[in-house]
Design a protein around this ligand. Structure first.
Ligand code: FES
Length: 123
């Protein structure tokens, strides 16, 4: 069975995304496990380009952050899971340290449309 790409969803105004800021959002899609849980994600600027991931740590499948909008480690170099400290490269989502090393965050498609930021779950 082939997976279908979800429709684009507007999650914020592009002017809301300042360098160094992380915006969290809720997707229309629901998680498969646990079934029906809302999927959440976050978007930030990687250089000039917006980049978005599901807010799901590949280790235990839970959200990465415990403080709203706080995703980076203390050196501001890597995205960090607040539960066991896994570190992820912001540009690729690859886990480079921690219990899920070699695994990756799930990247979302992201685009700017007019004054909106839109994301979708890739198929
Ligand atoms: S839940 Fe993220 S590192 Fe364990």
């Amino acid at each position: 069975m082939s997976k279908t790409t979800s429709p684009w969803q507007t999650i914020a105004a592009s002017k809301a995304l300042a360098p160094g800021e992380f915006l969290e959002f809720r997707l229309q899609e629901k998680a498969q496990e646990p079934a029906g849980m809302p999927l959440t994600g976050f978007v930030f600027l990687d250089g000039n380009a917006p980049r978005a991931y599901l807010n799901v740590c590949p280790h235990l499948g839970i959200e990465l952050n415990w403080m709203p909008g706080r995703f980076m480690d203390s050196d501001n170099l890597f995205i960090q899971c607040s539960t066991h400290g896994a570190l992820f490269k912001p540009g690729t989502g690859e886990c480079i340290a921690g219990p899920c090393q070699g695994d990756s965050l799930t990247a979302l498609d992201v685009r700017l449309r007019g004054s909106d930021i839109q994301v979708r779950v890739p198929g």
